[in-house]
Design a binder for this molecule. Structure first.
Ligand code: G6P
Length: 483
């Protein structure tokens, strides 16, 4: 078994953890959005190593040293790691990332099939993008040989490309999003190429055992691969790929500690004032990238139903929706944003009274300590994804709930529902059921709220992001001795 020294691990993802921008004549560095980077950044800060990712920031080129490398995070003197940036051409971004990854694989894996906008040309861009990444990783491997841990659907061709040139390198891949069944996966004209590349990896890890089963079924149906019993492995052309399920998590301790700080407490007071939440007004919270898979529209309909069915909550409960714009290059996302804005203002117009609105819609990015303040003060948090690999907002909310007063509602279509069984599990397709679950959350006795939240917090403390990394690397045959 290969021993991880703590500095030779190479993580690869399309999205980089930190982007550089120019503000007047200053270079500023900010962390990027999305579950992948929020989970992996604390992990790599602990382990050290190299993260290879697309240099997507407008000022990224000006921030790197030799070999396109920059040390991150910028404010830290210890616990840093190397970020090696990959430069993608316009065609690789348009065809590979925007086209094949975001407009084909993303909706396909989330089974939102009407949104799949396939074009053959996208495939060429996707291959080119994966080749760029492979070149960068192989260059890194020549300098610092070590295990490679690939992340997500943008880089499905990477295991195959790496193994062609460096067959002895240990390659693992974590698939962050759902894996669909064969009846859906067959839509993809390049299904065989994708599966063959993935099966070049030594270990493939998914969020849930259900996705492992669907993957194994696809490998069997489309490649005739031999699938192990559990299924815990796939044998294809003489190579064995281990299959495992590990639910990704969050940095429980650091979020929980942050939630107790004086800074967060004063941000809570500030937020209540800014939102006009007087004494006695309860608060619900949604935090999402503006992505159609998050079920934001269905959530708004459910809130409309809630205030219609239970009008005595008007003026007594406000739902705060933090919506982070994302993938604005894709038309479906731009349109979705418009629909969400319009629907929120229609519902506000329908139910408002005095200066009170049912929905406070806040579009944009907010700093992490402010986010933790919202999480801690929210009486309930609602995750209503129509399909979601895991959903880390659910886990961040519970990690921030140091007073153990809040109620978490999680969609049955999110991986997090398998694990956080003390949440109220909701069906995002049923607005009346969801409206009733909101009422149940608001009226839940204190003792029950505390019991449920405390159980979820205990679970997350044990199954935090560091435990997840250790388990994934252990599955991959990379021994981690860092804990
Ligand atoms: C999800 C995906 C990630 C992706 C993130 C943000 O979490 O699983 O792979 O990086 O969304 O999306 P973006 O397209 O901006 O990278």
């Amino acid at each position: 078994m290969e021993r991880l020294s703590g500095s030779n691990l190479i993580i690869v993802s399309n999205r980089e953890p930190y982007e550089h921008r120019r503000l007047k004549d200053r270079l500023v560095c900010r962390r990027t959005d999305g579950g992948l980077t929020s989970a992996l950044d604390p992990a790599l800060r602990r382990l050290g190593g190299t993260w290879v990712a697309w240099g997507s920031g407008e000022a990224d080129r000006g921030a790197v040293g030799p070999g396109a490398v920059v040390e991150v995070p910028p404010e830290s003197h210890s616990h840093t790691y190397r970020l090696r940036r990959v430069w993608l051409s316009r065609d690789e971004v348009k065809g590979g990332y925007v086209g094949y990854a975001s407009e084909v694989l993303w909706p396909l894996c989330h089974v939102t099939l009407d949104r799949v906008a396939y074009l053959k040309a996208f495939w060429n861009g996707y291959r080119a993008l994966n080749h760029q990444f492979a070149d960068a990783v192989l260059e890194e491997l020549r300098e610092r040989p070590g295990p490679v841990w690939v992340h997500d659907f943008q880089l499905a061709l990477l295991p195959g490309l790496l193994k062609q040139t460096a067959p002895d390198t240990r390659v693992a891949l974590f698939w962050h999003i759902p894996w669909p069944g064969p009846d859906v996966f067959r839509i993809l004209p390049e299904r065989r190429e994708l599966l063959e590349s993935l099966l070049a990896a030594d270990c493939l890890t998914f969020q849930t055992a259900g996705y492992v089963r669907e993957f194994a079924e696809c490998a069997h149906q489309f490649l005739g691969a031999e699938v192990g019993r559990a299924p815990d492995g796939v044998q294809y052309r003489g190579h064995m790929t281990k299959l495992t399920a590990q639910a990704i998590s969050v940095d429980f301790r650091s979020i929980s500690d942050m939630a107790k700080t004086a800074e967060v407490e004063s941000l809570m007071t500030l937020a209540r004032r800014r939102l006009g939440l007087g004494q006695g007004i309860r608060m619900g919270l949604g935090v999402d990238r503006l992505d159609y898979t998050k079920g934001l529209l269905k959530r708004l309909w459910a809130l409309d139903t809630f205030f219609t069915r239970y009008p005595h909550y008007r003026g007594k409960f406000t739902f705060v929706q933090i919506a982070v714009p994302t993938r604005s290059e894709v038309e479906a996302y731009r349109r979705y944003r418009e629909v969400i804005r319009e629907t929120a203002s229609e519902i506000n117009a329908r139910h408002c009274r005095g200066g009170w609105h049912p929905i406070e819609y806040l579009e944009g990015r907010i700093g992490f300590s402010t986010l933790v303040a919202y999480y801690r003060m929210a009486d309930l948090a609602l995750v209503s994804s129509v399909y979601d690999g895991m959903n880390l907002v659910a886990k961040e909310y519970a990690s921030s709930q140091v007073d153990e007063q809040g109620v978490l509602l999680v969609s049955q279509m999110a991986g997090a529902a398998d694990e956080l069984t003390d949440a109220l599990i909701i069906n995002p397709y049923d607005p009346e059921g969801l409206a009733d679950a909101l009422k149940q959350a608001l009226e839940m006795p204190e003792e029950e709220r505390q019991r449920r939240m405390s159980a979820m917090r205990r679970h997350l403390q044990m199954y935090d992001i560091h435990a997840w990394v250790d388990r994934c690397l252990h599955d991959a045959g990379v021994w981690s001795d860092q804990r």
